[in-house]
Design a binder for this molecule. Structure first.
Ligand code: HEM
Length: 249
């Protein structure tokens, strides 16, 4: 991923990436953030980020503090010990897993549903959505848990079959109850607002791992141009978490 504050800032790093020996572009998707700074449904995103213990920042008042091992390998996580990363250790250090999802958002359908017709555009055929990126030390304990339990299993909060009304895996029969006094509001027949267009499970190596990878022999038989590493050369672990994954949709 190459990220810049403005499109002009992308040109140089994209060109430089194209010149890297042994690296080829597998997929390119140019994306930006709406000028409103909000995602397309109209909500501000990215505000509940925790404070990363040991980072250069200062925690904001009330901000949750989370141990670095929840995000990158080689540091203690919330259990007090470093999480088990891919082997050998040099591959994991400062690296993390990354789940990527290209999510289509049905903005017109959402606005129709909430009956905001004054501002509601007809479906203009424009592809709108978000690129969702999870980065952390465990795909199953973190990303898949949030996806399966917080988004799609109301039971965890005593809400029975209710799913997340916006992002949940709705089939058109969804229900969402908005607590209110004296009478709560019950929404029914919730349609699907978010559709997965594609995705991938990846491993994001840290700088040390990249240097180590560069010392490995070329699978095509070409000798490496850099000095061989003194680090162990066992293969990465074959835990299911490490396997590349492509969404069937
Ligand atoms: C089109 C799809 C999605 C939209 C429009 C969306 C939008 C939002 C918004 C507006 C917030 C609140 C702002 C914030 O707390 O930063 C939020 C929070 C969050 N989202 Fe999403 N999201 C989407 C998909 C997902 C997916 C797929 C996951 C996980 C699998 C996810 C996990 C979370 C989590 C964990 C929070 C923070 C909740 C909290 O700590 O209170 N989101 N999202």
């Amino acid at each position: 991923m190459i990220i810049a504050r403005a499109p002009e800032g992308l040109r140089e790093p994209v060109d430089a990436a194209g010149r890297l020996a042994g690296v080829s572009l597998v997929y390119r998707l140019d994306i930006g953030v709406p000028v409103t700074g909000r995602e397309h449904f109209g909500f501000r995103d990215g505000i509940s980020g925790p404070y990363l213990v040991g980072s250069a920042d200062q925690p904001l008042p009330g901000q949750d503090a989370v141990q670095p091992g929840e995000f990158v390998f080689g540091y203690p996580d919330e259990s007090g010990t470093p999480p088990k990363g891919p082997a050998p250790d040099v591959l994991g250090r400062n690296g993390c897993y990354l789940a990527f999802r290209q999510l289509h958002t049905d903005v017109a359908g959402f606005r129709r549903y909430v009956r905001d017709n004054a501002r509601s555009p007809e479906d203009d055929g424009v592809e709108r959505g978000i690129i969702f990126v999870f980065m952390g030390a465990s795909l199953s304990r973190q990303f898949e848990f949030v996806q399966q339990v917080w988004l799609n299993d109301g039971d965890f909060a005593g809400l029975g079959t209710e799913r997340d009304p916006l992002v949940g895996d709705s089939d058109g029969s969804g229900v969402h109850v908005i607590p209110a006094t004296p009478v709560r509001r019950r929404l029914t027949g919730l349609p699907r607002f978010v559709t997965v267009r594609g995705g991938e499970y990846c491993f994001l190596p840290g700088p040390t791992a990249l240097e180590w990878l560069a010392t490995l022999p070329d699978p095509a038989g070409e000798p490496s141009t850099t000095q061989p590493s003194t680090q162990p050369t066992s293969q990465p672990s074959s835990r299911p978490e490490d396997a590349p994954w492509r969404h069937p949709g």
